[in-house]
Design a protein around this ligand. Sequence first.
Ligand code: ATP
Length: 325
Amino acid sequence: MADSIRTVGVLTSGGDAPGMNAAIRASVRECINRGLRVKGIQRGYSGLLNEEIIDMDKHSVSDIIQRGGTILGTARCEEMRTEEGVLEAAEICRRHEIDGLIVIGGDGSYRGALELSRKGINAIGIPGTIDLDIACSDYTIGFDTAINTAMQAIDKVRDTSSSHERCSIIEVMGRNAGYIALWCGIANGAEDILLPEKYDYDEQKIVDNIINNRKHGKRHHIIINAEGIGHSTSMARRIEAATGIETRATILGYMQRGGSPSCKDRFYGSIMGSRAAQIMAEGKQNRVVALQKGEIVDIDIEEALQMQKSIPEYQYEISIALSRY
Ligand code: ATP
């Protein structure tokens, strides 16, 4: 099998994440070091289906490690979810002599990779998502930069919130996962942290907490609300009506995805990208690279997709304990 991989395609898919460029750079350079040809596929699976495929060499990934986003571009592609789409994508890979594919993205992107592997294209996944919601891996590239960006923005909202003695609901990203909300909630010392995995939709508890804190002299009340719960603006209206305290919603949105990647994201992007190329050159098939208990490992894609992940209970309990007066 090792001899049969000659050309590797690299693509980024799903939401962009800071550190994806480090993973592209490492994948490209390590493949070339190991005698493999590399093609860059632009705009994820959508670009694959449109044959937006370019040759890459070591120079094509110069000066990108410090840049946010992904130089290859990314997209969401509905056609790839169909049998015809996957068959067409596999056929295009063969036409361009791509026998292995490195896919940098979230678990949706892994599903596309699994489907392609079933059609004979060896696929290796790298966890690239700001959401930290890939079950098989303790870390996903982009998370560290995103939480630091969100944390700094929340600090700024807190300053104005204290000055005006307001309640602020700040909505952070994470799709259906609450990791960004939990980390920022703890790191920003929020008074309430609403996680999709845990929230019971009992707004009265929040109202009581705000009133109690105010009685104890707290000048602000920060509520971190996860994207998976959403509706921050209407929540703010209801809370203001119930407490009589001015309440504003701030939705941080896409700014959380952007910016120059942190050291951690460049580091894991580089390490995981190199490992993916190594696995490919060794002829291992249909794997995903993951961080588990401090070690970089690789596991079967299908097995990886069956794994489940949940918010660590002790972290959640600490977040509650520290947010109460
Ligand atoms: P993020 O966590 O940043 O959202 P993701 O990779 O999970 O990243 P998705 O939008 O879920 O993002 O998936 C990215 C793309 O992967 C989809 O647009 C689609 O092209 C492909 N994909 C997702 N699910 C499947 C599937 N079941 N079969 C084939 N392809 C899929």
